[in-house]
Design a protein around this ligand. Structure first.
Ligand code: HXC
Length: 274
């Protein structure tokens, strides 16, 4: 029997599932929100009524993204330049956000660095750089925002990965960094639960069209084969991650904290050994 042609299902917008105004009056603070997955996460939260501040190193790109996000959603988006490795810059970014919007309800810790390098070739500084961006950047973001999240009884989402569940070659720096991010979120959830603050992790799998995937995926026909080999038969879309974000920030998830939610089409469970 001939194989059936595979038809990619169109991405689903969260607004087709959740009410438009569930985040009205809320404010999101998102590191790494200028591009890729975190920009899509920010857009989805804004589409449900929130204003946002997006934080990154390159102000030009950030400002262009903030303009896109505001015009796409009709809500306000503030671009704030800061390097998550610098606690003082992050505190200033938070202060600017509070000055503009008066509160922070949601935080996405999304700024991340990545490249492929085997341990034998990876320099100490290369390893340290990714730990500093992903792990220490997450810590710095938590420290700068926590008083405001306590005040709003808010919620954190940390953007991690699934590659550290096993030994992923050429990814020791990211694997170590993301394992620490997962652990940090769990501790945050336990310590801050009594203050009404939730903390969860979204672990994206292979998400099409992102800088991370572009840098990491095999080029050529192998890449397509890998998509077919995922349990759902396709790469993810940034909207798949955005929709999980809307759910986790919403009251529908109010009893969910300290969890890691892979958005990976089931790859985590795929047995690839012969
Ligand atoms: C080997 C590298 C390297 C590479 C940087 N380094 N790129 N080593 N191969 N391709 C080393 C440098 O040689 C240097 O060490 C050290 O890292 C610091 O590099 P700098 O360029 O000086 O640092 P910086 O300007 O701060 O930028 C570093 C970086 C950037 C942010 C890590 O290189 C980067 O990767 N940007 C991409 C951001 C990105 O794609 N984000 C999405 C992540 S997706 P030496 O010893 O020479 O001084 C993600 C999801 C994972 O995380 C899961 C997907 C499935």
């Amino acid at each position: 029997m001939p194989a059936q042609a595979h038809v990619e299902p169109p991405p689903v917008d969260s607004t087709s599932v959740f009410k438009d105004d569930i985040f009205k009056g809320k404010v999101l603070f998102c590191t790494g929100g200028g591009s890729g997955i975190c920009k899509a996460m920010t857009e989805a939260v804004m589409r449900h009524g929130a204003h946002a501040a997006i934080v990154g190193r390159k102000l030009d790109r950030l400002q262009a993204s903030a303009n896109d996000l505001a015009s796409a959603t009709g809500n306000q988006c503030l671009a704030v330049q800061a390097d998550v490795r610098n606690p003082k810059q992050l505190q200033e970014a938070v202060a600017k956000t509070i000055e503009k919007f008066g509160r922070i309800d949601f935080v996405i810790c999304g700024a991340a660095g990545n490249f492929l390098a085997p341990i034998s070739k990876l320099s100490e500084n290369g390893f340290r750089t990714v730990i500093e961006i992903d792990t220490i950047g997450t810590y710095n973001t938590i420290k700068a925002t926590l008083p405001h999240l306590r005040a709003s009884k808010g919620s954190y989402i940390h953007v991690s990965a699934t590659l550290h569940y096993k030994g992923t070659p050429y990814q020791v720096h990211v694997s170590a960094a993301k394992a620490a991010v997962d652990a940090t979120s769990a501790v945050l959830a336990v310590e801050e639960g009594p203050h009404g603050v939730r903390s969860n992790v979204i672990a994206p799998g292979p998400i099409a069209g992102t800088e991370g995937m572009d840098r990491l995926s095999a080029k050529g026909p192998d890449a397509k084969n890998f998509a077919w080999a995922t349990p759902l038969g396709r790469y993810g879309d940034v909207k798949d991650v955005a929709n999980a974000t809307v759910f986790l920030f919403s009251d529908a998830a109010r009893y969910i904290t300290g969890q890691v939610i892979p958005v990976d089409g089931g790859c985590e469970h795929l047995r690839t050994e012969p």
